[in-house]
Write a protein that binds this ligand. Structure first.
Ligand code: GTP
Ligand code: MG
Length: 199
């Protein structure tokens, strides 16, 4: 995929503020600090289209980006960070469920997991929601630069078992080295064109 044009459209919390549903859409979900924004920036080959941070939980809004005037990418608010205020945590579930259940142009959700962590309850819940809404998930296991090849294979097997998929269904990725970039794009293109994923 050659990205010629990528622009921020708007941020929203509720459906009346979402942009129109005219273009196919791919959303990115995962715990705070897992690397959602970094993945989007590498995919669109822009250093800072999406703000990244060392402070987990910075993105509390649903952020929409138009790519090549052909589809939209959505950076969803991260979950699972202990220091996020309770009021914000309470809003997260309904905000996410509303988005996932109502967004008719949503073709798939990229669920991002950290190669060094066992998927959390919230990661599993997100997968459940996607399955319940019939939204194809694409699992990207990121920060793989942090582990040796040997450790990666072991962790990938643990993660795959925990979420009930085959190891081959996982896309291993690093925003630092850009490893796995073509694989992630290939699967996103499949979702955009055919609505295929692993369910
Ligand atoms: P929130 O918006 O707060 O939920 O976080 P996020 O999921 O968008 O994470 P973000 O992309 O901001 O990345 C968090 C931190 O992880 C930053 O310091 C990134 O530089 C770092 N990071 C992201 N991806 C990678 C990766 O593949 N490898 C390494 N080594 N660091 C990464
Ligand atoms: Mg972010």
């Amino acid at each position: 995929m050659i990205v010629k044009h990528a622009e921020f459209i708007k941020s929203a919390t509720r459906p009346t503020h979402y942009p129109e549903e005219s273009l196919p859409e791919i959303a990115f979900a995962g715990r705070s600090n897992v690397g959602k924004s970094s993945l989007i920036n590498v995919l669109v080959n822009r250093k800072s289209l999406v703000r990244t941070s060392n402070t987990p939980g910075r993105t509390q809004l649903i952020n929409f980006f138009r790519i090549n005037d052909a589809f939209t990418f959505v950076d969803l608010p991260g979950y699972g960070f202990a220091k996020v205020p309770l009021a914000v945590k309470k809003e997260w579930g309904p905000m996410m469920q509303t988005y996932l259940s109502r967004r008719s142009n949503l073709r798939g959700v990229v669920l991002i997991l950290d190669i060094r962590r066992i998927p959390s309850e919230e990661d599993l819940q997100m997968l459940q929601w996607l399955r319940a809404c019939g939204i194809p998930p694409l699992i990207v296991v990121t920060k793989c630069d942090k582990l040796s090849r040997n450790q990666r294979a072991k962790q990938a097997a643990v993660i795959a078992r925990q979420i009930g998929v085959e190891t081959g269904d996982l896309c291993l990725f690093s925003a630092l080295t850009r490893e796995g970039l073509d694989g992630v794009w290939g699967r996103i293109e499949l979702l955009l064109h055919e609505g295929q994923g692993i369910v």
